[in-house]
Design a protein around this ligand. Structure first.
Ligand code: GDP
Length: 140
């Protein structure tokens, strides 16, 4: 399988509980390499752009408010089949449906405050990485 890069966010519920290291340990245990990482506070504009695909959904306002409620850690992860692999490691959006051993099963608080984001396809990974990182910040 090809080496890919995917975009990850450790969300405000994770930074608030000081569990970013615990989540990174699960990421690395799965064979994914963190090739870029920074802690930022998203602006409302950045969050609305990032989640624009969901803007007609009833939870959009709540989602944007949550994503700007505290610091987040944005990351680029690299590895074989990284996009699908990270989705597997994250687990289902709703933690009550997430499989044992996944990040969301272990750490997510609710369907909204679910600790992590991961790109869902190669095209979105490229767009999401470019929204937050310049090429020279990614060191593989
Ligand atoms: P993901 O790809 O597993 O992150 O899930 P989606 O793309 O469907 O949704 C994006 C994000 O929106 C999720 O990770 C949640 O943070 C949030 N979200 C999804 N569904 C709900 C919901 O029913 N209520 C709330 N408050 N947030 C939701």
């Amino acid at each position: 399988m090809a080496i890919e890069r995917t975009f990850s966010i450790l969300k405000p519920d994770a930074t608030e509980r000081n569990i970013t290291g615990a989540i990174n340990a699960l990421i690395e245990k799965a064979g994914l390499r963190i090739v870029a990482q920074k802690r930022i506070r998203m602006t409302r504009d950045q969050a609305e752009t990032f989640y624009a695909v969901h803007k007609e959904r009833p939870f959009f306002g709540e989602l944007v408010d949550f994503m700007i409620s505290g610091p987040v850690v944005v990351q680029v992860l690299e590895g074989e089949g990284a996009i699908a692999k990270y989705r597997d490691v994250m687990g289902a959006t709703d933690p009550s449906k997430a499989a044992d051993g996944t990040i969301r099963k272990a750490h997510a608080k609710s369907i909204g405050e679910n600790s992590v984001h991961g790109s869902d396809a190669a095209e979105t990974a490229k767009i999401e990485i470019a929204q937050f990182f310049s090429g020279n910040e990614i060191v593989g």
